[in-house]
Design a protein around this ligand. Structure first.
Ligand code: SF4
Length: 335
């Protein structure tokens, strides 16, 4: 397919052609899995974060049937964490960082309801109180976050931080020149192997030439350049889904880091997406085997500091709840 970066840039993004190196690295610890600690501290962002925070343990356990980027990252980080989230569906406390991420995502999404010329920073900031009200209505558990803040000082600080993140976005992209084809797009595709991939893409831009750009907002800081590959995993995952769905390889993948003011871009080729597909198939095999045998190993790392499940994790002296699915004996080696 004939492509040109200009085609995408013309569609509106001043930052489309400017791959800013991910260089702001303070307070970002990265594990070998490529999961960024600052991101883990935020939890999953956007709609998936809300779903995770709202997980209700009463639903009967069922084997997983699909894979999202967040859950794939969970398994790579720690198989037991994946089990707690996907099989046991243990509840997790909302965090200030994850909830702020959800709020900022909602504001950036809603801003595009306004005519292009009115998509200004003051307008975006003015959306924050309403979106915060809406979040409290749809996810009442987030109210707990500020239950011990009767004077509202911490809440005021938290809202100011959300404003700063929203404001920084305007230094990275110009929404008056953007007309997204999709916002908060739910995508799902089945691979030839039967594996179902799903996820939610923050924004999809389509140039007049038909070139597709996938954009994801992060309210954390950009990873160090040597760990960019881990950060791009989610974007290549989405690119694979779009490729499978539309038979079009996205021209550009773009991560917008509002925490540090960086934009990380990558232009994928088919070989990248085939590699991601092979990786996901291997991951899915490992998940299927763990599901059937009940053998979910903890993998302690620095990221345990952000894990809500230490009380039931053997690495921290805890005992996991009884495994809720039927198990078969593990196959002997060599079989
Ligand atoms: S505390 Fe660490 S090892 Fe235990 S489940 Fe959580 S991430 Fe895994």
């Amino acid at each position: 397919m004939e492509t040109s970066t200009e085609g995408v840039a013309e569609n509106g993004a001043d930052s489309a052609g400017a791959a800013v190196p991910a260089e702001r690295t303070e307070a970002v610890a990265v594990e070998a899995t490529g999961v960024v600690a600052s991101e883990a501290a935020e939890g999953t962002e956007g709609t998936e974060a809300v779903a995770a925070a709202a997980a209700i343990p009463a639903a009967p356990a069922v084997p997983p049937t699909s894979l999202s980027p967040s859950r794939a990252s969970d398994f790579m980080q720690c198989p037991l964490l994946y089990r707690f989230r996907v099989i046991d569906k243990l509840p997790e406390k909302p965090s200030e960082a994850a909830t702020r991420g959800t709020l900022v995502h909602a504001v950036l999404e809603r801003l595009f309801d306004a005519p292009a010329t009115e998509r200004t920073a003051p307008r975006a900031k003015s959306l924050i109180p309403g979106q915060w009200d809406r979040l409290r209505e749809t996810k009442p558990e987030v109210v707990e976050l500020f239950a011990d803040d009767p004077e509202g000082e911490r809440l005021a600080r938290w809202l100011t931080e959300a404003e700063q993140l929203v404001e920084r976005w305007f230094t990275l992209e110009d929404p008056t020149r953007l007309e997204p084809a999709e916002r908060e797009l739910f995508v799902e595709a089945r691979l030839d192997s039967g594996l179902k991939l799903r996820g939610i893409i923050d924004r999809v831009d389509v140039a007049p030439t038909g070139e597709v750009r996938i954009v994801d907002y992060k309210t954390g800081k950009a990873p160090r350049p040597e760990y960019a590959e881990g950060a791009l995993f989610q974007m290549k995952f989405y690119a694979l889904v779009v490729w499978r769905l539309k038979q079009v390889v996205p021209r550009r993948l773009q991560l917008v880091y509002l925490g540090s003011g960086d934009v990380l871009t990558y232009d994928p080729v088919i070989a990248d997406l085939e590699r991601v597909e092979r990786k996901l198939l291997a991951l899915w095999d490992a998940i299927r085997q763990a599901t059937e045998t009940g053998d979910w190993r903890p993998r302690p790392t620095k990221l345990c500091g952000w894990c809500d499940h230490q009380a039931v994790c053997p690495e921290f002296g805890g005992t996991p709840p009884p495994y809720p699915l039927p198990v078969r004996a593990p196959e002997p080696d060599g079989v």
